[in-house]
Design a protein around this ligand. Structure first.
Ligand SMILES: [Ca+2]
Length: 521
């Protein structure tokens, strides 16, 4: 006992010294560490795969999407119904993934400074002219001081690779902890000139496999991020895949023909990506490492484009409506129950803490991160922190949207539209996945609480916030979420979530069981 009393303060002092030295005491290399394969799709809708993302809700699978390998991955693991990207577009979402920070904390809240990668926040952007509020410019590159997921994993003894689209500047993956990489890539590098290699899908797969084979031979744990350029524009696909998609029963009858072709082309691009993913997973099997490898699949943001289906979610890429940030997510790996589902709220900036814990590190010791480790969820537990915590989203930019920010806690999602001061927008994602009904008046206490929670987060991370424009144009009309033109963004009434009381009952029981299981542990 006396010994323990002595050791504890000494350990604390050592930990403090390590922090002072600029190091991070998150753990060390150990035997038996699992490998991590992180596959990131680009611009893929929540229903962008053939896998149903929410049990009891058939429309959460894409009818025109053919993804047999991802479907198999889902059967071997866990599907997340409420996975969110940290932003509604590529670069900020990817920066949040790499750093474990919310967009408000990185200040990389928009797609770069729209051409520059300055690290300075200004309020003189050309989109501000005449508007009610001035937008802060986004910082357009990853912070050189931020410790990325790859840097953490390297310190834990991992070999690291980043294959494909990077898009957060800062000198590319090589400057941020990745041993093997493709350089400082963004969108254009994904437009392949080789017809046999659409969106670089197959060359990327070969590169990832080469890296994995080398690490298996060297008996070194590995982390590889495969960042597909698909399904971002431009649309590229193998001709034979396109022909097969045109014959698919869910595509063949789409009219007009021009739309049918667009749907088949985009579905073919996704199917080609799925083949690449299948080849990669097959290789893990062949090398005998599949059982000790986590495979995580998700998208950098949502989108609604040429699915051939009625619009499912409100909004689109760029927006913080569900259409912009609800994304598919599948996880398979050691301890993940096959065929399982998870409906906890999770976000892209959770992945850094998650990977640190999977690698044997201590995510609770990480500083300046907003995410938490999802490993308990992978293990079938549901600790209370997952139902109580808030997820933060910040897009204070005029580009393609209104200045807006959001907080998700439990079933509630709160929006602040910065140019409508004092207005509150609250939606219940469980009853109203389409975000069609603002319930802020009915649940005013919750709305006020989440409004304060947003301010608390912004103060904690020193967020860049919009400010009033002294030269606002008197006739300027800010975005109104309740106006008909905004509501047109919602969806066709035919797309309503079916009212299935039996499925809802099953869901409620499943939640009760999960809670009980978590309590019993
Ligand atoms: Ca994207």
């Amino acid at each position: 006992m006396a010994f323990a009393h002595l050791v504890q303060p000494i350990m604390k002092s050592i930990a403090s010294l390590l922090f002072l030295a600029g190091s991070i005491a998150i753990g060390s290399a150990a035997a038996g560490q699992p490998n991590i394969v992180f596959i990131l799709a680009d611009d893929m809708a929540w229903h962008g795969t053939g896998t149903q993302m929410e049990s009891g809700f058939s429309r959460s699978a894409g009818k025109t999407r053919r993804t047999p390998h991802l479907d198999r991955l889902a059967k071997s693991g866990m599907v997340f119904s409420r996975a969110f990207s940290a932003a509604g577009m590529c670069a900020p979402s990817r920066c949040s993934i790499q750093t474990g920070m919310s967009a408000a904390r990185t200040k990389f809240s928009g797609n770069g400074n729209f051409g520059t990668t300055s690290r300075e926040v200004t309020y003189d952007g050309r989109r501000n002219k005449g508007r009610l509020m001035l937008e802060p410019s986004p910082i357009g590159s990853i912070d050189p001081k931020a410790i990325t997921m790859a840097e953490h994993l390297k310190r834990l003894g991992y070999a690291t690779a980043h294959v494909g689209k990077w898009h957060v500047y800062g000198g590319g993956p090589g400057q941020h902890g990745y041993d093997v990489h493709d350089g400082e890539t963004s969108n254009k590098e994904g437009n392949s000139k080789a017809p046999a290699d659409p969106k670089n899908i197959f060359s990327m797969t070969r590169k990832a496999i080469g890296f994995i084979e080398a690490q298996v031979a060297a008996k070194k744990p590995f982390f590889v991020q495969v960042s597909h350029y698909a399904e971002h524009n431009a649309v590229q696909y193998l001709e034979e895949t396109y022909e097969a998609c045109l014959r698919d029963k869910n595509i063949a009858n789409i009219t007009p023909v021009a739309l049918r072709k667009r749907v088949a082309q985009r579905s073919a691009m996704v199917e080609d990506m799925d083949h690449g993913i299948g080849t990669l997973i097959e290789k893990l099997d062949q090398l005998g490492v599949r059982e000790n490898t986590y495979v995580i699949f998700t998208s950098d943001n949502g989108h609604y484009r040429d699915t051939g289906e009625e619009r499912l979610l409100r909004g689109d890429k760029w927006w913080l409506w569900e259409g912009g940030i609800r994304v598919p997510m599948i996880v398979s790996g050691p301890g993940v129950a096959p065929g399982s589902n998870c409906d906890a709220n999770v976000v892209g900036y959770d992945l850094l803490s998650t990977f640190v814990e999977l690698a044997g590190g201590h995510p609770e010791q990480l500083k300046d991160v907003d995410g938490v480790s999802l490993k308990p969820l992978f293990d079938g537990k549901l600790p209370a922190r997952f139902t109580k915590r808030s997820l933060h989203f910040h897009y204070p930019h005029h580009r393609n949207t209104a200045l807006h920010s959001a907080v998700i806690r439990g079933d509630h999602k709160f929006f602040r539209f910065w140019e409508r001061p004092g207005s509150m927008y609250l939606y219940n994602l469980e009853n109203d996945i389409h975000e069609g009904s603002n319930v802020a008046n009915d649940y005013a206490a919750i709305a006020r609480e989440l409004d304060r929670e947003m301010d608390r987060h912004f103060a904690a991370v020193n967020a860049s916030q919009p400010k009033p424009n002294p030269n606002a144009n008197a006739t300027y009309k800010p975005y109104d979420p309740d106006a008909p033109e905004a509501a047109a963004h919602v969806n066709n009434p035919a797309a309503k979530k079916p009212n299935d009381p039996a499925a809802k009952k099953r869901e409620r029981q499943k939640r009760r069981d999960a809670k009980k299981k978590a309590r019993d542990r």
